[in-house]
Design a protein around this ligand. Structure first.
Ligand code: NAG
Ligand code: NAG
Ligand code: NAG
Ligand code: NAG
Ligand code: NAG
Ligand code: NAG
Ligand code: NAG
Length: 281
């Protein structure tokens, strides 16, 4: 009994009296309160954090799932595009055999022996060209820029490129493989914005009536090519050979082409020059 009495009385004395001991007591108080307090806080905070964590984990796994799904879809789209190109190649190959006249760099080969028969042949050939054109335009609408170039390459390799009218097809953002030869390329009346056709041999090519805004011909050889009536706004002609090029009525507004280059052109009649003036000759 005496000890229990002594205890509180000593504590009260200590807390009232000496400062050192009151600090000790405060510390004990804090220490005794600390554990329940922390436990209390933790019991509230931990589940919240865990919830947060599991939510974040959930979100993470959701993002991963979405990313996987996107990758799957991309792969699927890629496969579909390849399938479209493969189908076009197959169709083209089987249609090539139906041409009755031999194709060459020229439009149609003709020796003029039997005129009536040749008229029929020409009509048939025209129909085949129309079928190829339809299939090509259909494929081009669905293909990505790299495969569009592959389709053009198929037409060139099979020797029918110049028979097929690809007017209004869209080749925007296409990148031609630098260093290759596309001499006498027929790119008439097409849309090809922001195309990269750099370090390409384009001798005697025809880009007339096409929309080529923002495209780059950097380092290419365009000599003797035709850009009449083309929209060439902000086009890049750095290191491009434009000797004997026809720029009649084209719009070179904002184009990167030097006055020295322009003097080598064959004709600039009616063209809007980079400085905004209209050329008279
Ligand atoms: C195209 O035709 C002309 C004559 O019409 C001929 O001289 C030339 O060799 C032909 N070009 C090709 C690639 O067949
Ligand atoms: C380029 O194509 C246009 C349209 O088909 C044609 O009128 C023009 O004569 C061609 N240019 C050359 C140099 O053959
Ligand atoms: C043109 O291409 C060359 C290299 O092929 C590059 O060094 C240069 O910066 C390019 N110029 C422009 C204006 O893009
Ligand atoms: C561009 O090509 C033409 C025809 O092949 C050639 O005569 C000319 O020298 C070439 N230009 C340059 C700068 O190589
Ligand atoms: C040529 O391009 C400029 C600049 O984009 C534009 O304002 C102008 O209308 C164009 N001219 C023609 C005839 O298209
Ligand atoms: C615009 O550029 C052309 C070709 O470089 C030049 O002949 C003409 O004098 C220039 N016009 C103006 C107003 O600077
Ligand atoms: C371009 O203009 C020149 C004259 O400056 C002319 O000889 C040529 O036939 C014109 N070409 C086109 C496609 O209009």
């Amino acid at each position: 009994m005496a000890t229990t009495e002594e205890g509180p009385s000593r504590r009260t004395f200590l807390s009232r009296g000496c400062l050192q001991h009151s600090i000790y007591e405060w510390l004990t108080l804090v220490a005794t309160l600390f554990v329940p307090l922390v436990v209390g806080i933790l019991t509230v905070v931990l589940p919240l954090q865990q919830q947060n964590l599991s939510e974040r984990q959930n979100e993470n796994s959701k993002t991963i799932a979405i990313n996987n799904r996107l990758q799957d879809m991309e792969l699927l789209h890629d496969q579909q595009k390849q399938l479209i190109l493969n189908t076009f190649e197959k169709d083209l190959t089987s249609l090539l055999f139906r041409y009755s006249t031999v194709s060459s760099g020229n439009d149609t080969y003709s020796d003029g022996d039997d005129e009536e028969e040749h008229d029929d042949d020409d009509n048939d050939d025209e129909r085949i060209s129309l079928v190829i054109r339809t299939k090509a335009l259909y494929a081009l609408r669905q293909l990505d820029p790299p495969r569009k170039i592959l389709l053009i390459q198929l037409l060139i390799d099979s020797g029918v490129k110049n028979r097929i009218d690809l007017s209004h097809a869209d080749f925007s953002l296409s990148v031609f493989p630098p260093g290759s030869f596309y001499d006498q390329l027929q790119f008439v009346n097409v849309i090809a914005r922001n195309m990269k056709i750099q370090r390409i041999s384009l001798y005697q090519s025809n880009f007339s009536y096409s929309i080529l805004d923002g495209s780059s011909f950097n380092g290419s050889n365009c000599s003797h090519s035709d850009f009449s009536y083309a929209s060439l706004q902000r086009t890049d002609w750095a290191n491009t050979d434009v000797s004997q090029v026809m720029f009649n009525h084209s719009n070179l507004s904002g184009a990167n082409i030097t006055p020295q280059q322009l003097t080598t052109a064959f004709s600039l009649q009616g063209a809007i020059l980079p400085n905004g003036s209209t050329a008279l000759i």
